[in-house]
Design a protein around this ligand. Structure first.
Ligand code: NAD
Ligand code: UGA
Length: 469
C-alpha cells in the first residue's frame, strides 16, 4: 500500500488530500499539522474550513484511508510520498520584506523530513513557492542524508476556494514538474499514477521542475491581471457612461479572450494573488529584470487603486463625510462560499471608512466576529504570521459591530456597502431594507450583484462598479 503524508492541513492540504483519499481507496493518506486545534477540527463534525462538498468527502473516507494527526514525525517517517502544503506568506521583515516569499515554514518542514526519514521518499512541493525553491530544498534534504534518496517534485495546486472540491474532482490540468533524470521521471510517473485514478492522463502535464514552479506564479499573475484590466476599464466606464458588464461580455465573446475572470469588482482578494505577484516581482528584480517587475507590479497598484476608489466614492457621495454615520458592510469574506478573509478587500474598505470615522455594522454568513475584529486590528501582511496575531477584544473598537443578520446590519444605516457576492444579498427585500434606513439611502455595490434599476425605482442612490451613475 502506498502511503501519503501531507504536511499542512490548511485550505489546500485538507481538501486535496481528502479527494486523493476518496479517489484512491487503496492509498493511506495522513494529513499532519503542528496546529493541534486545526487537526482537532478536521477530526470533528465542524471542519476548520467552510468549503461546499468538503464535509461529504471527508465523512466518506475519514477513519478508513484518511487520517488527520499532529504526530508529524511518525507519519512523515512512514510515508512514501510526502506533500508539503504549508503556508508561504510574504516576508514582513528583512531582505525582500513586503515582496519575497517567507519560506521559514517550508524550510522547517524540509529539515524535519531530512531528520526523521529512514526510507527513500518522493517530496512534493504543493505550496506555491518561488521558482528554484526545489534546488534549495534538495540541498537541505540531501545534507546528512545517510544514504536515503529524496526525489523532489513540483505539483502546484490550482484549486480556487469556494469551488475547491469541484476543481479537484475535475481539474483543468494537474501539473507535475521533476528532474529530467531517470529518478526524476520515475517519481513523476509515481505521482501521475495517483492522479490517474480520476484525472484523464491527457490532463496531467509533466514538465521540468522550474517550469512547474514558475507556471503556478504565472497562472495567478495572469488571472489577477485580467481582473485588474477589467477594473481599470470600470473606472473609464464610470467616466464615460459605458457599462462594464456590457464591455466584459462584448470582449469575452472573442474566443481568444474568453469570458472568465472579467467581472469588475471592488478588487481581488484572497491569500494568493497579491502574495504570488509580489513574489514574482521580487524574483524579476533579483534576476535584473526591472521592466518585467514593473509590468506585474502594476496589477497590484490597480487593485489598490480600485479599493481606494471605492472608499472615496462612498465618502464623496455621502456629502464628503461619513463621520458618525452607520454604514452596513454586507459580506467580509474575499469571495462567496468561503469563510476565508485573507487579503479580503473588505478589510481595506472598512479601514478606509473607519479612518473617516464611520460606524460600521458588519454581516457575513460565514465569518465570525472574532475573525473580523482580528482582521481589522492587523497590519498588512501579518495575517499569515501567527506570532504577530494580536486579537482585540470584540468591544475594544466602538466604531465596529458585527451582527448575524443582514437586516440587522442595515437598520438605521445611511449606506450599504456590498463587499462579497453572497447569493442572499441579491435576494434581500430591498423595499423593506429601504424603509429601515436613514434617507437618502445609499447602496455601494462592490460586486455588481444588485439590480440597479430596481433599487433606483425603490428610491436608493446606487453606485455599482463600472456602471453609469
Ligand atoms: P494554510 O495557512 O491554510 O495552511 C497551512 C498549514 O500549514 C497551517 O495549518 C500551518 O499550521 C501548517 N504548517 C506550517 N508549518 C508547518 C510545519 N512545519 N509542520 C506542519 N504543519 C505546518 O495555507 P493554504 O491556504 O492551505 O496554502 C498552503 C500553500 O498552498 C500556500 O503556499 C499557498 O500559496 C498555496 N495555495 C493556496 C491555495 C488556496 O486556495 N488557499 C490555492 C493554491 C495554492
Ligand atoms: C485563485 C485562483 O483562481 C486559483 O486557481 C489558485 O489556485 C488560487 O488563487 C491560489 O493560488 O490560491 P482563489 O483566490 O481561491 O483562487 O479565488 P478566485 O476565484 O481566483 O478569486 C480571487 C479574487 O478575485 C476574489 O476576491 C474574487 O472575488 C476576485 N475576482 C475573481 C474578481 O474580482 N473578478 C473575477 O472575475 C474573478
Amino acid at each position: 500500500m502506498v502511503k501519503i503524508c501531507c504536511i499542512g492541513a490548511g485550505y489546500v492540504g485538507g481538501p486535496t488530500m481528502a479527494v486523493i483519499a476518496l479517489k484512491c481507496p487503496e492509498i493511506e493518506v495522513v494529513v499532519v499539522d503542528i496546529a493541534a486545534p486545526r487537526i482537532n477540527a478536521w477530526n470533528s463534525d465542524h471542519l476548520p474550513i467552510y468549503e461546499p462538498g468538503l464535509d461529504d468527502v471527508v465523512k466518506q473516507c475519514r477513519g478508513k484511508n484518511l487520517f488527520f494527526s499532529i504526530d508529524v514525525e511518525k507519519h512523515v517517517a512512514e510515508a512514501d510520498i510526502v506533500f508539503v502544503s504549508v503556508n508561504t506568506p510574504t516576508k514582513t521583515q528583512g531582505l525582500g520584506a513586503g515582496k519575497a516569499a517567507d519560506l521559514t515554514y517550508w524550510e522547517s518542514a524540509a529539515r524535519m523530513i531530512a531528520d526523521v526519514s529512514k526510507t527513500d521518499k518522493i517530496v512534493v512541493e504543493k505550496s506555491t513557492v518561488p521558482v528554484k525553491t526545489a534546488e534549495a530544498i534538495e540541498r537541505i534534504l540531501t545534507h546528512n542524508r545517510k544514504g536515503i534518496n529524496f526525489t523532489i517534485l513540483s505539483n502546484p495546486e490550482f484549486l480556487a476556494e469556494g469551488t475547491a472540491i469541484a476543481d479537484l474532482f475535475k481539474p483543468d490540468r494537474v501539473l507535475i514538474g521533476g528532474r529530467e533524470t531517470p529518478e526524476g521521471q520515475k517519481a513523476i510517473q509515481a505521482l501521475k499514477n495517483v492522479y490517474a485514478h480520476w484525472v484523464p492522463v491527457d490532463r496531467i502535464l509533466c514538465t521540468n521542475l522550474w517550469s512547474a514552479e514558475l507556471s503556478k506564479l504565472a497562472a495567478n499573475a495572469f488571472l489577477a491581471q485580467r481582473i485588474s484590466s477589467v477594473n481599470a476599464m470600470s473606472a473609464l466606464c464610470e467616466a464615460t457612461g459605458a457599462d462594464v458588464s456590457q464591455v466584459s461580455h462584448s470582449i469575452g465573446t472573442d474566443s481568444r479572450i474568453g469570458p472568465k475572470f472579467l467581472n469588475a469588482s471592488v478588487g481581488f482578494g484572497g491569500s494568493c494573488f497579491q502574495k504570488d505577484i509580489l513574489n514574482l516581482v521580487y524574483i524579476c528584480e533579483c534576476n535584473g529584470l526591472p521592466e518585467v517587475a514593473n509590468y506585474w507590479k502594476q496589477v497590484i497598484k490597480v487593485n489598490d487603486y480600485q479599493k481606494n476608489r471605492f472608499v472615496n466614492r462612498v465618502v464623496s457621495s455621502m456629502f464628503n463625510t461619513v463621520s458618525g454615520k452607520k454604514i452596513a458592510i454586507l459580506g467580509f469574506a474575499f469571495k462567496k462560499d468561503t469563510g476565508d478573509t485573507r487579503e479580503t478587500p473588505a478589510i481595506d474598505v472598512c479601514k478606509g471608512l473607519l479612518g473617516d470615522k464611520a460606524k460600521l455594522s458588519i454581516y457575513d454568513p460565514q465569518v465570525s466576529e472574532d475573525q473580523i475584529t482580528r482582521d481589522l486590528a492587523m497590519k498588512k501582511f501579518d495575517w499569515d504570521h501567527p506570532a504577530h496575531l494580536q486579537p482585540l477584544s470584540p468591544t475594544s473598537n466602538k466604531q465596529v459591530s458585527v451582527v448575524w443578520d443582514a437586516y440587522e446590519a442595515i437598520k438605521d444605516a445611511h449606506g450599504i456597502c456590498i463587499m462579497t457576492e453572497w447569493d442572499e444579498f441579491k435576494n434581500l427585500d430591498y423595499k423593506k431594507v429601504h424603509d429601515s434606513m436613514q434617507k437618502p439611502a445609499f447602496v455601494f455595490d462592490g460586486r455588481n450583484v444588485v439590480d440597479v434599476n430596481k433599487l433606483r425605482e425603490i428610491g436608493f442612490i446606487v453606485y455599482s462598479i463600472g456602471k453609469p451613475l
